[in-house]
Design a binder for this molecule. Sequence first.
Ligand SMILES: C[S@@+](CC[C@H](N)C(=O)[O-])C[C@H]1O[C@@H](n2cnc3c(N)ncnc32)[C@H](O)[C@@H]1O
Length: 356
Amino acid sequence: MAIDQQAQLNPSGMSVQQEPKKLKSIDNLLSSYLRIFREFRRRDLIEFCEQHEAMYREALHHQDHLAVTKHYYGLMADVIETYYGDGWHFCPPEFKGQSREDATARMYDRVSGLLQLNPEKHALDLGCGVGGMLRHVARQSGAKITGITLGENEVQQANQLIGAEGLSEQCHVVQGDSQAMPFESESFEGVFAVYALKYYPDLSRVLSEIHRVLKPGGRLVAYCLCKSRKYDDNQPEQRKLLNDFEYSTAMPPLHTVDGTIKTAADAGLTCVFDEDLSDGPLNWYSYWVSNPLLPWMVSSRFVYGLARSAEAVRILPRGFARFNDTFLAGTLRHIIRGGKTGVLTGSALLTFEKRR
Ligand SMILES: C[S@@+](CC[C@H](N)C(=O)[O-])C[C@H]1O[C@@H](n2cnc3c(N)ncnc32)[C@H](O)[C@@H]1O
């Protein structure tokens, strides 16, 4: 069945308990980026960069990224919530001129539709961050939703935002490691994992855990940032691009679409739909290149030199140029390059089912 038909299984007439809060406008990515620039002006970032460097090296050595991911989101969760709104997602516009906010909300609805959520059901948002999507899905579907995420700061902020929207009866976020979850077996009718599976070096552990907590016939819907089918590990340039991206976002080596499908099958989760939302005319990174100034700024050695000079005369704090070049500009640069060369996809939508 086509995904569009499937998404309609979640009828729009379903009970909606809250008036949707307007999502923060995230159309103007350039101004968001410039605001982040201003915010970090006042922070000393050398310690963060150095800890990240040491922890990332350890993570690669032990194939365990938990500590470095937690450290990264200790700082970045706040940045994402403050500057990008409910989350940092890459969704291709469905038509020219569609706002980024709207394209993101449609992806949320698509995931909710694939999970066939309704007020009788209980779903898990795995790696929910501060829970922007979780709240959207709860409002639209009426389903009960539990979230699990790694950082205490994320949990605190997520539950605060849930309370502020009057959704505390319906939603709750707990701190934990998704590889060993504090839930009874067969607790949920559905699990969604949006930009979450990329944080597990050993996908089989987390997928087995998801299989355990899903009820028979329950679905996992994963919206993934991963190596595309065009990626070739024998090409050193492609490998370096993705390694740099992984470093700047505290991720283990990215998975491939086919690797994810195979590992899920081994864990008892059959892939029932395999789609990339960028299969249409518009691609997942298009919002980031629509204003040419943004790609220029994040790649420009001139801007980097300017930041270094401003650091030298103490207009900017020590470490700012390095922090920006690695975690802010660097991340955007890798996303744009990965998208343009086609080796990275940010819009793989995979739906799995546990056998009845
Ligand atoms: C890219 S964010 C995505 C957040 C959210 N799903 C969204 O789409 O906005 C990845 C999230 O996964 C969480 N995470 C990473 N490793 C985790 C683990 N082992 N257990 C639980 N959450 C984890 C991080 O704390 C972070 O909030």
